[in-house]
Design a protein around this ligand. Structure first.
Ligand SMILES: C[S@@+](CC[C@H](N)C(=O)[O-])C[C@H]1O[C@@H](n2cnc3c(N)ncnc32)[C@H](O)[C@@H]1O
Length: 309
């Protein structure tokens, strides 16, 4: 995958468009990570940057950003995006998942982690590493995928993605929300999409998790070329907070996010009244997000979390 985000990221892949709610959210996130890490003019770590997010949008506001990712391919994509954007105060480093980070103790002023801690083999051990490399008084800001959003009918899902005319991937998600873990299965077929759909739809009218049974998979076995199983722990806010305290962070604050606030603000403007240039939008968001990220949010809504060492 050359772009993990499907090239949908504003600034990194698309020109800023003030009519797009997601572009406002992106600017809200930028100021969120900047202010909640107290990062302005400092040295930040971005853990698991994917396509370079938020490293590449935050970099113009700080001294230095180091992005560390467990995928070599992602590191190359991030570095290429930085080159294309002419950003020189950011560098990206590969780290083998599950191994210590290649940094000395107390070496960063702040750490940003966007949907990445829950992707690691041991999220609690990852937090311990982030604590180690953060300087005393430094801030860690965590955004995470909340499994609760899949409650009521999306706990189990099946998707088919065409690779080319002769090959496709079937992806199955099996989410155990209250137990805070998820399994993802990927199965590659050397068959066109339509054939795979027809094969599993013998007993139904749309592809669903329940239709992918063991007997059918056994029947399809000769056309299966590759399989992958990924089991991930998905801590909720209720789990992250006690973990962070146990690790030693002196203050842990679940708070509202800049992206959420920017989304609310976008909706307040009617068509035609909304500011249309990024500088005006930034100046509005900059002052307000600084306050919003300090406002405590209910833990059962799985807010973003700031932890101070
Ligand atoms: C869901 S993506 C999020 C990417 C980006 N932060 C964003 O929000 O668009 C998770 C990222 O974490 C990285 N990752 C997963 N396990 C990791 C590990 N053990 N160490 C470092 N990065 C890891 C993945 O390679 C991927 O780039």
């Amino acid at each position: 995958m050359d772009s993990q985000s499907g090239c949908s990221l504003p600034i990194i892949y698309q020109p800023f468009d003030a009519n797009e709610e997601s572009h406002w959210q992106d600017r809200g996130s930028l100021f969120d990570y900047l202010f909640s890490t107290e990062g302005a003019g400092k040295r930040l770590l971005d853990f698991g940057p994917g396509d370079g997010w938020p490293s590449l949008i935050v970099a113009p506001f700080v001294d230095e950003v180091v992005g560390v990712d467990g995928s070599l391919h992602r590191v190359e994509i991030c570095a290429e995006n930085a080159r294309r954007m002419g950003i020189s105060n950011v560098r990206f480093i590969w780290v083998k998942p599950g191994t210590p980070l290649p940094f000395q103790n107390n070496s960063f002023d702040g750490v940003m982690a966007a949907s990445s801690i829950e992707q690691t083999p041991d999220p609690k051990a990852t937090l311990q590493e982030l604590y180690r490399i953060l300087r005393s008084g430094g801030h860690l800001r965590i955004g995470y995928e909340d499994l609760g959003r899949y409650r009521n009918n999306q706990e189990q899902e099946a998707h088919l993605d065409k690779i080319d005319d002769h090959m496709c991937w079937l992806t199955l998600y099996d989410r155990h929300i209250d137990q805070e873990f998820a399994r993802m299965y990927r199965i590659a077929f050397s068959l066109p999409n339509e054939k795979v759909i027809k094969f599993f739809l013998e007993n139904g009218d749309s592809l669903s998790f329940d239709l992918i049974t063991i007997p059918l998979l056994e029947k399809a076995f000769p056309s299966i070329t590759e399989t992958l199983l990924c089991s991930l722990t998905h801590p909720s806010g209720k789990t992250f907070v006690p973990w962070l305290k146990e690790i030693g962070f002196r203050e842990v604050v679940p708070s509202h996010s800049g992206a959420w606030f920017a989304e609310q603000l976008f909706a307040q403007y009617s068509e035609g009244t909304r500011p249309s240039d990024i500088d005006t939008i930034d100046s509005i968001l900059r002052s307000l997000v600084k306050i919003v990220v300090q406002m405590a949010a209910p833990i059962n809504e799985n807010p973003m979390i700031t932890a101070i060492k």
